[in-house]
Design a protein around this ligand. Structure first.
Ligand SMILES: Cc1cc2nc3c(=O)[nH]c(=O)nc-3n(C[C@H](O)[C@H](O)[C@H](O)COP(=O)(O)OP(=O)(O)OC[C@H]3O[C@@H](n4cnc5c(N)ncnc54)[C@H](O)[C@@H]3O)c2cc1C
Length: 637
């Protein structure tokens, strides 16, 4: 497989302008002759579908929920970054670029990240024009707060509901195009396979989730904006429905998978409370602006927090990282939380928790100000735990939150299958080995509103794309493969539920390929996953039929894909003999427990290629070059 990242040459500040100028354009009158498929209507998909419809293309947009408004993006709480420098506190496009490359532990492409930082300023204007109610200062200016890994305040927010408000903006833009007849929306329709004809992506096969009907859709290009795969860990902060099926099936049709082991653990989630649990809840990183993280100094100290005097508390992030304090990046905060819990200093019944304490902020700023900033998050915490965070510190623990890995894409967001593009969390993205907070919304909207409208035109104008429809035999062939996979799942008639397999997989992934990994553990995980997959194939119980609404069947397909993806993640983690960002290999750490990269051998994107059933995947490498931000040991001290 040839990986051509199509990185632009010349000074990085001019690269995107130059690329756009050199791109071929599609004449306005010709755009309406082209059909595009967008799978996903979260922030990345909705913004792309709306923008492409506005440009004049005919768009078919798919989602598995009953409405685009229910995409996982709606859950995003804390905010979206942009280098507006409204605070006049030293921010700039270059600083956002620098922070993101460094935050990603030097495993992202410089040119992509620079473009992202440039576009960040346009996103805010676009969203304000749509009426997104960002928080404002008393005088009317947009307000900002800080997120981890930055020493400036550049995060725009709408209380703790930023994703919801941004999604409503994108949804309105999308619905406008639906009304105009330029976008046709297919809710409750799940893409189950990709159709590749003469080496190009030409359509999808999808299942109507209400009737069970399997149907093909043809287009001149296919865009996947299907979100992340954090639910491979079973317990995560992701929406329960988030899954990897679309990108996994595309991988099996030839799209390389980039850095699958790069997953993000978020430090501030409500701790797991028992085996019955099926979902974890995020407490936004924005809380670290005012909340102080601590554990007792003494191991095994079980006193309630208000009985532990100041002198006996360890504000370990402030102590270890005086420059960034509680606002160190997520990977660093998570690892430190695990370390103090491993020392027996964790709090709560399970000992897997640390305090996030607002006592000092409330006495400094008053309860009213804290309620204005984080009111809905406090209420959510209170409802879930029964504890009032205005009175007692929150208890938090790291949890799976985001996947930096995803389909490999070039600078134009095209995968290794010509005509197949990936956007938002579904691609391997601009975040390297660790994403900074408030950067996912920025990337999804950058991809959808500002990058793909140019690059899709260039693809269409530069290639002769034959006209075809779903009568092409390739569609029938893929449809019958989809049908037979469904039939197989229904015919197993085993004894165990889909959820029980999923839970077991999640346990293997969290324990052996989670916050800390090592070679022996990863080998063990691969063996266990292969066994579990085999058990699934012979022991899963899926009731009902394929010709009706059948959520067990939907889940069975998704878990079956997770059982394959989990193995690839472990193989990727095993081959990367270094620690970087969220990928922490216990064998590779500095004397004080920080991630130890090996730039000489691993400064590349790992792009895995499917080699066929029962064959090991092939590793392709895209070398990374750093001409602006020179790789160094990340320091937040
Ligand atoms: C609790 C939480 C809080 C967060 N807070 C923030 C934050 O404050 N700031 C920030 O920057 N990031 C945040 N993130 C991350 C961010 O929300 C996500 O990365 C981002 O919203 C992903 O957007 P997306 O459009 O790529 O995918 P999604 O929003 O996940 O959308 C995926 C879409 O694809 C569709 N889809 C998927 N598979 C198929 C299929 N096979 N067939 C048909 N349709 C399919 C779905 O129906 C959906 O429409 C948060 C994440 C979580 C979990």
């Amino acid at each position: 497989m040839q990986l051509d990242s199509k990185l632009p040459s010349g000074p990085i500040e001019l690269a995107w302008d130059k690329t756009r100028f050199e791109m071929k354009l599609v004449n306005p009158a010709n755009k309406r002759k082209h059909n595009l498929i967008v799978v996903g209507s979260g922030l990345a998909g909705a913004s792309a579908a709306a923008s492409l419809g506005e440009l004049g293309y005919n768009v078919q947009c798919f989602c598995f929920q009953d409405s685009p408004r229910r995409a996982h993006s709606i859950a995003a709480q804390g905010g979206i970054n942009a280098a507006k420098n409204y605070q006049n506190d030293g921010d700039s496009i270059y600083r956002l670029f620098y922070d993101t490359v460094k935050g990603g532990d030097f495993r992202a492409r410089e040119a992509n990240v620079y473009r992202l930082a440039q576009i960040s300023v346009n996103i805010i204007d676009q969203c304000v024009a749509q009426g997104v109610p960002f928080a404002r200062e008393y005088g009317g200016l947009l307000s900002n707060r800080s997120f981890g890994g930055a020493q400036v305040s550049r995060t725009f927010y709408a209380r703790g509901q930023t994703g919801q408000q941004l999604l409503l903006g994108a949804y309105q833009a999308l619905e406008r195009q639906v009304h105009a007849g330029k976008v046709k929306m297919f809710p409750r329709t799940e893409m189950l396979d990709l159709v590749v004809i003469d080496g190009r992506a030409r359509g999808i096969v999808a299942r109507d989730l209400v009737t069970g009907k399997i149907q093909s859709y043809a287009a001149d290009a296919v865009l996947l904006a299907t979100g992340g795969y954090g639910n491979v860990f079973y317990l995560s902060t992701n929406a329960k429905g988030s899954n990897a099926t679309a990108i996994w099936r595309a991988y099996k049709r030839g799209a390389a998978f980039g850095n699958p082991c790069f997953t993000q653990i978020h430090p501030t989630c409500i701790p797991v409370s028992g085996d019955y649990q099926s979902k974890l809840t995020l407490m936004s990183e924005s809380l670290r602006n005012d909340g102080r993280i601590w554990v007792p100094k003494k191991a095994g100290d079980k006193r309630p927090p208000n009985q532990i005097p100041e002198a006996e508390r360890d504000y370990y992030l402030e102590r270890r990282y005086p420059s960034f304090g509680n606002l160190v990046p997520r990977d660093v905060a998570s690892r430190n939380a695990k370390a103090v819990c491993d020392e027996g200093r964790g709090v709560g019944e399970t000992g897997l928790g640390v305090y996030l304490d607002f006592g000092e902020a409330i006495s400094r700023l008053g309860k009213h100000t804290i309620a204005e900033r984080y009111g809905n998050l406090f209420e959510m915490y209170n409802r879930i735990t029964g504890e009032d965070p205005y009175q007692v510190p929150m208890r938090i623990y790291p949890a799976i939150h985001y996947t930096m890995g995803g389909l490999w894409v070039d600078y134009n967001l095209m995968t290794t299958v010509p005509g197949l593009f990936a956007l938002g969390e579904a691609n391997f993205s601009d975040h390297g080995a660790n994403r900074l907070g408030a950067s996912a919304l920025m990337q999804g909207l950058s991809d959808g509103y500002f990058v793909i409208p140019y690059t899709i035109g260039n693809y269409i104008a530069s290639n002769k794309i034959e006209k075809l429809d779903t009568s092409h035999p390739a569609f029938g062939q893929v449809e019958s493969e989809v049908q037979s996979r469904i039939k197989k799942l229904l015919e197993v008639k085993g004894q165990r539920t889909v959820a029980s397999f999923h839970r077991d997989l999640g346990k293997i992934m969290w324990e052996l390929c989670g916050m800390a990994r090592n070679a022996a553990g990863l080998e063990e995980a691969i063996g266990k996953i292969i066994c579990l997959r085999d058990e699934f194939q012979h022991g899963v119980k899926v009731t009902g039929s394929g010709e009706e609404l059948n959520q067990q069947l939907e889940n069975a397909g998704r878990v079956s894909d997770f059982l394959e993806l989990g193995e690839l993640m472990c193989r990727d983690a095993l081959h990367r003999n270094e620690s970087c960002g969220g990928h922490f290999r216990e064998e590779y750490q500095t004397p004080d427990g920080e991630a130890l990269r090996d730039d000489e051998h691993f400064s590349y994107v790992a792009a895995w290629e499917y080699a066929g059933p029962d064959k090991l995947p092939v590793l392709n490498k895209e070398p990374l070059e750093f001409n602006y931000v020179h790789p160094s040991q990340r320091s937040y001290k």
